[in-house]
Design a binder for this molecule. Structure first.
Ligand SMILES: Nc1ncnc2c1ncn2[C@@H]1O[C@H](COP(=O)(O)OP(=O)(O)OP(=O)(O)O)[C@@H](O)[C@H]1O
Ligand SMILES: [Mg+2]
Length: 217
């Protein structure tokens, strides 16, 4: 996404931080010190956010290859398995189409489904159910990731795909997840959308064009 931008943000931040360290050596009064530390705290926050951008964009780019979506989803689910177990969440899989070949960047597509599943895992409570299904419609495969969590209120429709938009009050959620997903899916000539009934369920759909030519053995 933004490796270049992230570096450009990090460099001036480093310089600001150095000057703040120099300022600390002056005889500041307590009030001055407290304010200075607040500034440094916020700088650390920006650095963390930028760090998450970097860690994303440094994912090794695999050039386009034929990817079986079902296999990819199985791998992602395996990776997140312990999170399902820890919250005792029920996983429903419906992979009736196998293989489901598309052309794309395997690592980036994994990132998309990890982000969507993490969102579902974070939205459900006890008795949570998360469903992953794949279907074919027209020239697309459609993967749906659904959950019976808290849902998305109608007035957030415009916001959820915006970078840095989050309703979560944690340090680790940056609000970049869905904007990254949207970016990756568009780069694959696909579409990311969702439906939700607040308080009941949410379902994110990823449409990806199937590979145009049949894949050899
Ligand atoms: N499955 C879901 N159920 C309910 N709300 C959701 C779901 N997925 C996304 N949202 C809402 O959309 C917002 C933006 O999601 P996004 O993944 O971009 O950021 P985040 O999860 O808050 O942070 P990050 O992904 O960086 O950890 C969330 O904060 C949440 O309010
Ligand atoms: Mg998220």
């Amino acid at each position: 996404l933004a490796a270049g931008v992230a570096d450009e943000v990090n460099n001036p931040l480093g310089i600001i931080n150095n000057y703040l360290e120099l300022l600390k050596l002056k005889n500041l009064d307590d009030d001055g010190l407290v304010k200075l530390e607040k500034i440094q705290k916020e700088i650390r926050r920006i650095t963390e956010i930028v760090g998450s951008l970097l860690s994303f964009s440094r994912l090794p780019r695999k050039d386009k290859s034929e990817v079986n979506l079902v296999e990819l989803l199985e791998e992602v689910l395996l990776l997140l398995g312990h999170r399902f177990d820890r919250k005792r969440i029920k996983l429903k899989k419906d992979f009736q189409i196998n293989p489901a070949w598309i052309t794309g960047d395997e690592n980036r597509l994994k990132q998309v489904f990890i982000n969507l599943l993490m969102n579902s895992l974070e939205a459900v409570l006890d008795e949570g159910v998360i469903a992953v299904e794949i279907s074919k419609s027209g020239e697309f495969y459609q993967v749906k990731v659904s959950d019976n969590g808290h849902g998305i209120p109608g007035d957030l429709e415009e916001s959820v795909f915006q970078p840095f938009f989050t309703t979560k009050l944690t340090k680790t959620n940056t609000g970049l997840g869905l904007s990254i997903c949207d970016h990756i899916i568009k780069a694959h000539r696909g579409k990311l959308s969702y439906e939700s009934i607040p308080g009941e369920w949410t379902s994110f759909g990823v449409r990806l064009p199937w590979a145009s030519r049949p894949v050899g053995p």
